[in-house]
Design a protein around this ligand. Structure first.
Ligand code: NAP
Length: 342
């Protein structure tokens, strides 16, 4: 077994200690020390360098049946992370290799090699494998091109447009020949970034007025595709604005993730019939078959500078929960990432 000189004795890991009711609070979480040991055969010990905080993690804090199991109480939470192998129990992984894996929310991770994917810092910065070249990026790519059956000339509206998924959806639509790309986001700075930097044709701040009014003004000829990251009044406004035979990808409904009562559905569902709309959900896990195509095409756009991305970094494991809650409140532009060390 290959080991770098000194393994740490302990690692800090965020544990869920109470299930949030509504908005999570600091006392729902605890940062605890856990022992670190040499990896068993078929495992690697990874020093995490970047960990992801994602909206879906809020759902995992509830004790409800879903497509992904809930976090267990009094156990370390998990999620996407990229780190460096510091001890290896498998000849296919060497000390110094960088890997993407699913044991985030902790400083050191004992990862079974079948759950570790080598990543190359020479191709893209390591944090990009959690965002633009990772799960959110594939969600954007597959959600637009496959689930919404985007075609050249479509007018596209994306909510949560300044986030990890949304910022990529809008740019892919532009690069693939959308007739118009419209985004909504929660601050004037984000709106400016979408239009000035990412090349959206129009964007609006949903906090400044009714979504429907602002969307109609931004899309005088209606929209053909809606990429929904938000739900609620955004989805309702999109249904009203979609053209006949329009398509919507239902990707997320973050406006309701902290609701304590069931979130009401759109009041205008009957329009789906008259306009023959197609509303289709996406789970990124169904689309890993597109991974090679996604990395090839998006990697090319990144290399040529045609696709831009932003990351908001929060430093230190001790600020992991702050980063997660900040992301839910909209403190990120692009992907929210926690840095754990150099
Ligand atoms: P993100 O957009 O980078 O971060 C979340 C953003 O949501 C915040 O920055 C905030 O931006 C916005 N937000 C928070 N509360 C809101 C509200 N009440 N109304 C409107 N916007 C609100 O996160 P992401 O990782 O890219 O995920 C975006 C969406 O995709 C989420 O709904 C997530 O659950 C979903 N998703 C789904 C899949 C799948 O397989 N189905 C995979 C990945 C992500 P503002 O400042 O603009 O409010």
């Amino acid at each position: 077994m290959a080991t770098s000189p000194a393994l740490p004795a302990t690692s800090r890991a965020w544990h869920l200690v109470a299930r949030p009711n509504g908005w999570p609070v600091a006392s729902d979480f605890a940062l605890r020390e856990t022992p670190v040991s040499e990896p068993a055969p078929g495992h690697v010990l990874v020093r995490n360098l970047f960990m992801s905080v994602d909206p879906y993690m809020r759902g995992r804090m509830n004790d409800t049946k879903s497509y992904i199991p809930p976090f267990q109480l009094e156990r370390p939470m998990d999620g996407g992370a990229v780190g460096e192998v510091i001890a290896s129990g498998d000849e296919r992984f060497a000390v110094g290799d960088h890997v993407l894996h699913g044991l985030g929310w902790r400083e050191y991770a004992d990862v079974e090699v079948k759950h570790a994917v080598k990543v190359d810092a020479g191709i893209a910065p390591l944090s990009a494998y959690l965002g633009v070249l990772g799960m959110p990026g594939l969600t954007a790519y597959a959600g637009l091109l496959d689930v919404a059956s985007f075609k050249e000339g479509d007018a596209v509206f994306v909510s949560g447009a300044a986030g990890a998924v949304g910022s990529q959806v809008g740019q892919i639509a532009r690069l693939k020949g959308a007739s118009r790309v419209i985004g909504s986001a929660g601050s004037d700075e984000k709106v400016k970034w979408l239009v000035d930097e990412l090349g959206f044709d129009a964007a609006f701040n949903y906090k400044k007025g009714p979504v429907l009014e602002q969307l109609r003004a931004a899309a005088p000829d209606g929209i053909d595709v809606y990429f929904d990251n938000v739900g609620g009044d955004h989805l309702e406004a999109a249904i009203s604005t979609l053209n006949v035979h329009g398509r919507a990808t239902l990707c997320g409904a973050i406006a309701g993730y902290n609701d304590t009562e069931p979130t009401p559905g759109p009041s205008n569902m009957v329009m789906v019939i008259g306009k023959r709309l197609q509303l289709k959900g996406i789970l990124v896990g169904d689309h890993y078959g597109m991974q090679e195509q996604f990395v090839g095409e998006v990697g090319g756009w990144l290399a040529s500078g045609e696709l831009k991305y932003n990351e908001t970094f929060v430093e230190g494991i001790e600020h992991g929960v702050d980063a997660f809650l900040g992301m839910l409140r909209g403190e990120n532009t692009g992907k929210m990432v926690v840095t754990l060390g150099k």
